[in-house]
Every structure is written in structure tokens, then in C-alpha cells.
Design a protein around this ligand. Sequence first.
Ligand SMILES: *Cc1c(COP(=O)(O)O)cnc(C)c1O
Length: 452
Amino acid sequence: MTDRTKKLGEYDRNFVWHPFTQMKDYEKEEPIVIEEGDGVYLVDSEGRRYIDGVSSLWVNIHGHKVPEIDEAIKDQVEKLSHSTLLGVTNPPAAELAKELIEICPKGLRKVFYSGDGASAVEVALKMALQYWQHKGKPNKTKFVSLEYGYHGDTLGAVSVGGIDLFHSAFKPLLFETYKAPSYYCYRCALGKTYPSCEVACGDETGKILKEHHEEISAVIFEPYVQAAGGMIVSPPGYLKKVRQYCDEYDVLMILDEVATGFGRTGKMFACEHEGVTPDIMVLGKGMTGGYLPLSATITTQEVYDAFLGEYDEFKTFFHGHSYSGNPLSCAAALGNLEVFKKHNTLKKLQEKIELLEEELKEFKGLKHVGDVRNKGLMVGIELVEDKETKKPYPIKMKMGWRVADFAREEEVLIRPLGNVVVLMPPIGISIEDLKKLLSVTYRAIKKATEES
Ligand SMILES: *Cc1c(COP(=O)(O)O)cnc(C)c1O
């Protein structure tokens, strides 16, 4: 290890508290200092080149050091790095909003900017609540969310979350929500099997709405993939079904596309797979191609119009952030969209998805792989101690991490979710690198589960 790496590791150990990290374990490890990005590779301070197998935690889209995005930021920094969006605007914020509306599902019209996914979710919840006040239905204050859902770590977002491990400690601070079952086919809460179930999980949401719609403001969930919940993939038809129930019972539909947006599932947005338009859509993560923090809560003319009124009626949406609509972030996001257009990213992606799905079939044969699921390039491989009974590995074995550690030895960086091995490479990954990522992961799973 170079002296420089040692020194940085020391600073890090002494002064940095890492997110979602048990620091007791971390303090014992050799630090990996990521110094440079190069396409889908991350280069550490020792010169090792890793495949960025989870897109730097699901944000990176086309790879690192993408010329178009680099240039967009450089150009913008020469002009203006920040000015507020409270009552004034800036060119990238205005241009980006226009471009987003052009690519968003039809019916979405207004872009409200924030800085990260969790904030944009808070905005969606507050917007939905206040919308109903302006519509003369102040009793519609409750939300329906899903088991295994994840919407970020601020308190409103945690309230609509469904991952006990992350969320239970904060219970005293959370508001109550109606929890509908997840669309988790492998461990179906209703004990049914697709397709004979006819997507009954969606009807459970319908039942809640039927009974309580007078006090329900909105249903919120992640379309097609519950990402942090374990890369849980919904059966087709779920989205459409819930949309119909929302219409039937006059409840808003909030789709959190923070993880699924920007091509991750094979289309620009996951809701396009079923031609569904939400009333409120939340974007984040990949919005800037993985360069800078930026998120958006995008809504319909109908929702927007409800907030219009005379100044002293106070229908204003009293919410904002210091860096709302930051010009550098918006410029990066424009660069990101430019790459999609210029390089036909979505079209090229289809071939990669086909290859991925073909190769994933192999994984199903492994002794301890219980379920393999994907939508586009979002992949979850669920490891089980016993395939027959679907018995999970005890948490203590850290099986997901054992796989990740073996992969790391072969210069692939991945981060599991419990017993689920997650792959989510930048969609700009080459076929060759995708194959490497898959073969390293396959070997790592085999080693971790069968040879120790
Ligand atoms: C990551 C994530 C969030 C939170 O975004 P942050 O930028 O980390 O606050 C919200 N929703 C979903 C679906 C996510 O995957």
C-alpha cells in the first residue's frame, strides 16, 4: 500500500462516518480510495481498476468521465454555479424542465426541483396532502405504501418505507400509513403464484382504497422494481391495476422512479412498460448521469392548478431547498439527456438486456440461488440456505457480503442487499464488460455458497 493510501485511510478512519455502514467492521478493513472514474471502471489509489457493478449506488448512467456531461458542467461553471430558484430562474433549470416534460409520460407538466431522492419524495407527499386541502377534502391525509418499499431516509420518506431493518428504530417519529403487500412473487404474502394469481397483490391495494379512500391522499410505490427492498420485480399488470384503483377511488398515484428512471429498466421510465401516467412522479439518482445531486417531483396540470390563488389565500406550496434547481446540476442533467439522444442509448440497451437475461439463466442452476430476477439492467439474485424450503441464510453469515468480497478480489465492486446479490451496472456498459461482470459474479456466488 502506498503511503498516500495509508494516509487517506487514516484520515477516513479518524474523521468520516460512512452512511449505511457498520463502522466497527469498516474500521478493520483496508480502505478502498476511489480516485478516478473511467467509463464503467473505478480506479483506486493503488491503481486497481474495478467494474462499477452497481453504478456507484445506482446513480451512474453512461459511465464516468462522459465528455458531453463533463463539458456541460465546465461550460456552466464559467457562467454561473448557483442562484436561487425562489422567484427567479436560470437557463439550465428552465431548459431541463422543458426537456423532462418532453420525455415524461404524457400528462405530466410541471417540474419541482430538489436535491436528492428523499427530498423529492417529501415534496410529493406534501404536495398530495395540500392538493386535497385545496380541493376541499382536508380529510384525505393518509398514504398507502408497500411492504419492502424504500423512498429515502428522511422521516416522511421513512414513514412510507417498508423495510423494518432500516426503519423500525425511528417508529416513534413516523406517521402511520396503510401498508399493502409487496409484489414480491418469490415470497408472495398471499401464498399465490403468477400468473394464476391474476396479480392479486394489486387487489389488496384496491381493498384498502375501497375501505378508506375518503381519508387517503395517495398511493406511493416504486414502479416495477422495489430496489432497496431487494430488487423485487413486479409481475406485469400490477401498475395498471393500481392505476385503475386510484382512478376509481379518487386517490393520487405517486410513482417513485428514483431508482428505475433514466433507462434502468429498459425504457426511459418504468411506468412506460404499462403506459401508465402517475399524478406525481419522483426522479433522482440517475438524473444527472450520476454526477451531481438533483431530483425532481413532476406533476400534472391538475395538481399544479389546485395551488393557484390570490397571494393572501396562501395556496402557495411552502416548500423549497437552498439548492433547488442548481444550474450546475441541471446542466449535468441536460448533458445526460444529450447522451441518450446522441448515442441512442435506449436502443443499444436492448441487446445488453437480452444478453443479461440469457446469462442469468445459468445462475438459476446454482445450488444456493433461490430466485433470479431482473427488469432491464436491474438485477437481484436471492441466495438461500435451502432452495427447497426457500430458507434464507442467517443474517449473521453475511452471505451477500461474502459474494461481494470475492467479487472485489476480481476487481468488481458490488454491494448486496442482505442475501440479495445486486447488479446494476451503468446502462452504458459494453457487452464485453457486462459479460465480465456476470462471470465474476457467478464465480463469486459459487465460491461463497458452495466452497466454504
Ligand atoms: C435511493 C432512493 C431514494 C432516495 O434517494 P436519495 O437521493 O438517496 O435520498 C428514494 N426512492 C428510491 C426508490 C430510491 O431507490
